[in-house]
Write a protein that binds this ligand. Structure first.
Ligand SMILES: [Zn+2]
Length: 405
């Protein structure tokens, strides 16, 4: 049996099923922390697909499994979405899930219930092929990513001990294979002054001027940041996203100030380096620089949070997982995939950034659909991805056999 040909045939047979699965998921709104209804639907869908196991974790993410192998290959889709924004900019109801002209329409169609739909089809294909290779193939449908990328996976790894050997994010890649993206962090800087009457500012020490000088220092720092060595991820950035100052009255020198910073981190830049840079550029003006915590509770009301730091990740182009992905694509479609990076951030920050687990991305739809009005996804892409996800466990197995033998 030619496994690639068999998988392509099944992905085609299940083409409408993939589109309907996506449409059904789009019809159930699932803003971050409010994913309960869509998760219930996904549990049902995995059961219908004949998955070997389906459960829900402590934060609310759905974990499905096909196969019983000793190694863990994980396909991940976050199933929360951002809000619709100005609904007057949508041509149809964002939760209509309309299927027409080869597209599925609605909020989350690309970011990223499309990946989730292809995963459910892939599980179904693996079951129909009676997959019994050396991987346990996990399909995870994770929560709260739009709010705090990676927290769902920090939880799965650290609290539920689900530690993947290989991880595939199914966020949209336009059917390219991705192997990294920039990290990010938020920083809260505080400033202390001494208040005095507004009629005699010379008696005081203004937190406003300290914050203002510090803000301009950040503008300078942003201009001086450098790209990574091979310019794969490009240059980091830093921006002041909020300024506040307070004092005893509007007729006084303010004694407290706050700057909020958004920092994008390229390869080689981490939290410690970024904080030290900020302190250095702000000099004596700044009192403290720290990373704030994310503490919002999800639908299961579990007490869990993390600092707002999302480490940069990438893996080499010749890594076995990248090579396995390239081989799977070539065997199915007879050509090489483009290997690239994401512009936005994904759950890879926890899995590869924090825990150094090899990660790639391959997903249906285009990155520029994410968070935009009139979001759609291509049914063609759903079919390609379902085939790719079903093929990968077979090629990874063969690749490593070649290495071992
Ligand atoms: Zn996303």
């Amino acid at each position: 049996m030619n496994i690639g040909r068999e998988i392509l045939k099944k992905a085609k047979e299940y083409r409408d099923y993939s589109a309907i699965t996506l449409s059904e998921m789009v019809k159930i709104p699932s803003y971050s922390g409010k994913e309960e209804a869509v998760c219930k639907k996904i549990v049902e869908m995995c059961r219908e697909g004949g998955f070997d196991d389906v459960r829900t974790d402590g934060l609310g993410s759905v974990v499905g499994r096909v196969g019983r192998g000793s190694k863990k290959l994980v396909f991940d889709a976050h199933i929360d979405t951002v809000e619709t924004g100005d609904e007057s900019q949508w041509e149809m109801n964002p939760f209509s899930g309309v299927i027409s002209d080869g597209l599925v329409y609605g909020r989350g169609a690309t970011d990223q219930k499309g990946g989730a739909a292809s995963m459910i089809t892939a599980g179904r294909i693996l079951k129909s092929l009676e997959y019994s290779g050396k991987y346990s193939v996990y399909f995870t449908f994770t929560v709260m990513e739009e709010d705090c990328d990676g927290m769902c996976w920090k939880y799965l790894i650290e609290e539920e001990n689900l530690v993947p050997d290989f991880f595939v994010s199914t966020e949209p890649t336009s059917l390219k294979l991705t192997r990294g993206h920039r990290g990010r962090m938020e920083m809260l800087c505080t400033f202390k002054g001494v208040s005095s009457h507004g009629s005699a500012p010379e008696r005081g020490e203004s937190a406003a001027y300290k914050a203002a000088r510090a803000a301009l220092a950040i503008e300078k720092l942003n201009g001086e940041l450098k790209p990574d060595e091979d310019n794969f991820l490009g240059k980091g950035t830093i921006v002041v996203s909020k300024i506040e100052v307070h004092g005893p009255s509007q007729c006084a020198v303010p004694d407290q100030g706050m700057l909020y910073l958004d920092r994008r981190l390229t390869w080689g830049e981490d939290a410690e380096l970024a904080i030290n840079q900020v302190k250095h550029y702000m000099g004596n003006d700044v009192q403290d620089v720290r990373i704030p915590e994310y503490t919002k509770r999800g639908y299961r009301d579990t007490d869990y949070g993390q600092e707002l730091y999302f480490p940069t990740w990438k893996i080499p182009e010749d890594h076995p997982l990248v090579r396995g992905g390239v081989t799977a694509y070539r065997k199915l479609f007879g050509k090489e995939p483009l290997v690239d990076k994401w512009t936005f951030s994904t759950n890879g920050v926890a899995v590869c950034g924090r825990h150094k687990i090899p990660t790639i991305g391959f997903g249906p739809g285009d990155e520029n659909q994410a968070h935009a009005p009139n979001e759609t996804n291509r049914i063609d892409d759903l079919e390609v991805c379902a085939a790719f996800y079903a093929m990968l466990p077979y090629t990874l197995e063969n690749n490593s056999e070649e290495q071992n033998g």
